[in-house]
Every structure is written in structure tokens, then in C-alpha cells.
Design a protein around this ligand. Structure first.
Ligand SMILES: [Cu+2]
Length: 172
């Protein structure tokens, strides 16, 4: 047999006796506040909890929506890029010599508008990619995954870069 004594708001004293599976609870009110008032206070507290609970879920739901939106924006940015930059090569220049693109995969569509073979190398920030060499009148594509930064682009054949076949790509 166990006896449990509990005091709540110093108004109600409960004595619980457990007799095996059976249990008897004696509730004694030891103040001027009627027991019924205490019960009403409990009900009011319960109702407030039930009302407050959905508000908490609504608030959490709002956060989830924001996170979902942010994730969508991030993935849109990540799948961005994919830009193509047309580069015309001649003896001895790149046109344009200054280019810009969004971070991600950048494709350089190289056209050799000159008479002798040329290529295009993209270099910087640990990147070093070279296109195949193209004959005069031919073209090729070079796709490079570029993070934000500045890269040098140039023809790496002989001294073509020194003669003017160089430029800069700014990735943002
Ligand atoms: Cu060249």
C-alpha cells in the first residue's frame, strides 16, 4: 500500500491510496476556494493549451514554408549558369576579350575566324581547361564548370597570347 500526497496551489490536498489495481482518491479542500472553482481553473488551463497548440504548429509551418522557398531559390541558383559565350578568334585577337557569366557551367563557343589553327584555354582558381585546336573556319565548344572569380582566357598555341589572343572572363 502506498500513499501519495500532492498539494496544488495550496488549496487542494489529494491523498491517493492504491490497493493493488484499485485506487481511491480523497480530495480535501482546505481553503475558502470551492473545489468546483479549482476544477474550472484546470479546465481553463487545458483549453488555453489546446488553443495555443495549433498556433505553435502554424508558426512552425510558416518556418517550413520559408525554408522550402529558400531551398528552391538555392537550387535555382545552382542549376543556373549554363551560359554560352561566343568567342571569335583571329590573328591575333579574341572577340570579345572581356566576357562575363553566371557561376556554373559556362560553354565557350569558339569560332576560328582566322587562317591558322587556334585554341582557347581557361585558367584561374585551380581551373585549367583547354579546347581542342581548330583550323581556320572551324569551330568547337569548351564547357567549364566555373565558380565566382576571374579567369584568364587565351590561345595557348606558340606566342599567340603574347601577340594579343588573350582576355578575361568574370564569373559572378
Ligand atoms: Cu592561336
Amino acid at each position: 500500500m502506498t500513499a501519495q500526497r500532492r498539494s496544488e496551489d495550496r488549496r487542494v490536498t489529494e491523498l491517493t491510496f492504491a490497493f493493488g489495481p484499485k485506487r481511491a482518491t480523497i480530495v480535501a479542500t482546505n481553503s475558502s476556494v470551492p473545489e468546483e472553482a479549482t476544477v474550472h481553473r484546470r479546465h481553463l488551463a487545458l483549453i488555453l493549451c489546446l488553443v495555443a497548440l495549433p498556433l505553435v504548429f502554424v508558426a512552425c509551418g510558416g518556418d517550413d514554408d520559408e525554408e522550402t522557398t529558400a531551398a528552391t531559390e538555392t537550387s535555382t541558383t545552382a542549376s543556373g549558369g549554363g551560359e554560352t559565350i561566343d568567342i571569335s578568334e583571329t590573328e591575333y585577337a579574341l572577340d570579345p576579350s572581356e566576357a562575363s557569366a553566371a557561376a556554373g557551367e559556362v560553354t565557350f563557343a569558339i569560332i576560328n575566324d582566322g587562317a591558322i589553327p587556334h585554341n582557347l584555354e581557361i585558367e584561374g582558381d585551380g581551373v585549367e581547361e583547354v579546347s581542342e585546336t581548330v583550323e581556320g573556319g572551324a569551330s568547337t565548344d569548351l564547357t567549364v564548370d566555373l565558380a565566382a572569380g576571374t579567369y584568364r582566357m587565351y590561345c595557348n598555341i606558340a606566342d599567340h597570347a603574347e601577340q594579343g589572343m588573350e582576355g578575361e572572363v568574370t564569373v559572378e
